[in-house]
Write a protein that binds this ligand. Structure first.
Ligand SMILES: Nc1ncnc2c1ncn2[C@@H]1O[C@H](COP(=O)(O)OP(=O)(O)OP(=O)(O)O)[C@@H](O)[C@H]1O
Ligand SMILES: [Mg+2]
Length: 294
């Protein structure tokens, strides 16, 4: 069994005034309203490890930013279509991101759907997208196709969030090439750090060869459980490795997420006062505070 009480041994990171990342807990200011909108800053939610919270973060950060008056476009860039399902939009018999990648005749607006959250739109995906890598391989400038699509809608949004699939293949390279920033969600579990070096190496290569402006906006610790020594140790290791690049906001593990998934709506709408909703609103404020979002 794992330890479930807080040991009262005075360890700095357990000081009540310090947050889980070992920095003083603070409340980020409420973002000021925007007077005008766009052009969007594009952020990829990326980690080739599966099940770390990329889709959950895209949905709930998107909803929290929309609640803060930002115009948000969420792009489903995973053939599993979990983002589209989580936001309750159509994925069959409608144009998807796959169609936009392959056809220059289609306008992005043909594929954009509204969600139940005012200010949050989505470009859906379905299993068709799994064929895209094969089709794009023979294209000219095959890494830049998504960037070309998103350029055409950037003026209408303040932020575009790309929910990547768990791989470092051509689709993810397209997402990184289209992005100004990357957020890496990391599950507070053993082996969380395995693979992150390769991901950062991939981002560095994209910066060298395709997209000099890309920056690492932050590493987001997810599924944190303060009651387990194990979770605290993993987070400590992550902070040791990445310092200030670890976002101060930490997403705790909660059973509410599967409920929100069934409801096909963000938890910030489904249970606005839940700790997880507060955490995603705090993440939105932190990203505005850090300048990652207007
Ligand atoms: N903070 C959390 N607490 C508990 N469960 C969570 C949390 N965040 C996400 N989950 C659940 O964990 C599972 C994986 O989350 P999610 O789909 O967001 O990860 P992902 O990185 O997008 O996965 P994939 O790599 O398969 O696309 C989902 O069932 C989700 O509901
Ligand atoms: Mg996902």
């Amino acid at each position: 069994m794992e330890q479930t009480q807080d040991p009262a041994d005075g360890t700095a990171s357990l000081d009540p005034e310090l947050g889980p990342t070992g920095r003083p807990l603070r409340d980020f200011p409420e973002p000021a309203p925007l007077r005008s909108h766009g052009p969007a800053r594009v952020i990829a939610l990326c980690n080739q490890k599966g099940g770390v919270g990329k889709t959950t973060t895209t949905i709930n950060l998107g909803a929290a930013l929309a609640d803060a008056g930002r115009r948000v476009l969420a792009v489903d860039f995973d053939p599993q279509g979990a983002l589209s399902a989580g936001l309750g939009v159509q994925t069959h018999d409608v144009p998807t991101i796959y169609d936009l990648l392959l056809s220059r005749q289609l306008e992005p607006s043909d594929a954009i759907q509204r969600t139940g959250v005012a200010g949050l739109d989505v470009i859906p995906a379905n299993i068709d997208l799994s064929a895209a890598e094969v089709h794009l391989v023979s294209e000219v400038a095959r890494e830049q196709i998504l960037a070309g699509v998103l350029r055409r809608v950037a003026g209408d949004y303040d932020v575009i969030l790309i929910d990547c699939q768990p791989s470092l293949g051509l689709l993810t390279v397209n997402a990184l090439t289209a992005s100004h920033g990357v957020i890496i969600p990391l599950e507070c579990e053993y082996f969380a750090l395995r693979g992150v070096a390769l991901l950062i190496e991939t981002i560095d290569k994209v910066r060298d060869r395709l997209n000099p402006a890309i920056s690492l906006d932050g590493i987001l610790a997810t599924m944190y459980d303060a009651r387990t020594l194990h979770s605290r140790e993993v987070l400590e290791r992550v902070v040791e490795a990445f310092g200030d690049r670890v976002l101060e906001t930490v997403i705790t593990r909660t059973v509410k997420f599967p409920d929100a998934t069934v409801a096909a709506t963000p938890i910030t709408e489904f249970a606005p006062e839940h700790a997880a909703s507060r955490a995603y609103r705090q993440l939105a404020r932190e990203l505005v505070f850090r300048g990652a979002v207007a």
